[in-house]
Design a protein around this ligand. Structure first.
Ligand SMILES: *Cc1c(COP(=O)(O)O)cnc(C)c1O
Length: 348
């Protein structure tokens, strides 16, 4: 078959596997830079300013990774011994190496949500009663949009408003892990400014669908964010000529946001193909660029992953029987045709 002759590896494990495009490389090379530890890098300052404007928030701060940005936000909102509320699938709980406990001395009250999303009423049930000094003090709610383990699901904006009211009522901080927030903005045609009005802090990754080599922006208002630069320093995230990477971020804002709809389209086509196949037990609804599916019991995930690898297709295992494919900038229409063909013709 044709795909077997192609040496090309199709990597759908994550949207983080992309390489900078030629245009992005040019932007990186030409970036004016300075020492960002002195806040003298004009390109970092420009990127931070642009994000703050976009979200209508006071401050944006450039971080090397999304985990560090989330961890810094959690530190800003909590004291050791506090508890945060997040979905049982949340990245901050599952994929940040226990940093919540390590960095902030905080426990997580895990909510059994729907596809990584929590309702305001479920969150309310998870808040510790203030009158009870035996229980950990709930101080923060962390939401994720789009959800990673939930298969790129997007919240309904009305739910955010309810959660905001709840947080106001109980005096809780509200953080958004928006690693793939741009995907949600495009899929739901939402305005980032509305997010700035709801959340106290927002973390947005540049290295996922936006295709930069690294970088995440943490947004917030001055009251909280005045301490963020110190927390970033403590976590080891103060960088010098970071403008080279900020330039990639600026380039991505100009060139890689609108095109996310192409990734969404391809993901939806993969999901559609999978749904019809006899070896598939379940495919999660696919709203953005992540396809999560389960195989029928007769096939093990390990075997399927190996079989796909033999056909030069890389996918990931998300645990609990879930397999994941993520579409991205480097996933071409040609690769897409091959993938649909490999999946449709898989013999188990
Ligand atoms: C990728 C991701 C992050 C950040 O991960 P890093 O690899 O540290 O940049 C945070 N939250 C979610 C939901 C993610 O998918």
């Amino acid at each position: 078959m044709k795909y077997k002759e192609l040496p090309m590896i199709i990597d759908l494990r994550s949207d983080t596997v992309t390489k900078p495009t030629e245009g992005m490389l040019q932007a990186i090379i030409k970036a004016p830079t300075g020492d960002d530890v002195y806040k003298e890098d004009p390109t970092v300052n420009k990127l931070e300013h642009r994000f703050a404007e976009m979200f209508g928030m006071d401050t944006a701060l450039f971080f090397p990774t999304g985990s560090m940005s989330n961890q810094a936000a959690i530190k800003l909102h909590t004291q050791p011994g506090d508890q945060l509320i997040c979905d049982k699938w949340a990245h901050v709980y599952n994929y940040e190496a226990g940093g919540v406990a390590f960095n902030s001395g905080v426990t997580c009250n895990l909510i059994d949500g729907h596809r990584g999303m929590m309702t305001a009423s479920a969150i309310e049930k998870g808040i510790s009663p203030i009158s009870n000094y035996h229980t950990p003090n709930t101080t923060l709610v962390c939401l994720e949009n789009t959800t990673n383990k939930g298969g790129g699901a997007c919240y309904d904006f009305e739910e955010f408003k309810k959660v905001r009211n709840l947080c106001d009522h109980y005096g809780l901080g509200l953080h958004l892990d928006g690693a793939r927030l741009m995907n949600a903005l495009i899929a739901k045609k939402e305005d980032p400014n509305n997010y700035g009005k709801i959340f106290d802090t927002i973390s947005v990754c540049l290295s996922k669908g936006l295709g930069t080599p690294l970088g995440t922006i943490l947004l917030g208002n001055n009251d909280l964010m005045s301490r963020a630069i110190r927390v970033r320093k403590i976590l080891g995230g103060a960088m010098r000529q970071a403008g080279f990477m900020a330039a990639a971020g600026l380039y991505a804002l100009d060139h890689h946001v609108e095109r996310l709809s192409e990734d969404h389209q391809k993901a939806s086509e993969i999901a559609h193909t999978l749904q019809k196949l006899p070896y598939i037990k379940k495919v999660e609804p696919t709203e953005t660029n992540i396809v999560i599916f389960n195989l029928i019991d007769e096939i093990s995930n390990d075997r399927f992953i190996k079989d796909m690898l033999h056909k030069n297709l890389q996918i990931s295992d998300m645990g609990q029987g879930k397999l994941r494919m993520v579409t991205h900038l480097d996933y071409t229409p040609e690769m897409h045709r091959i993938v649909l063909d490999v999946l449709a013709n898989y013999e188990y």
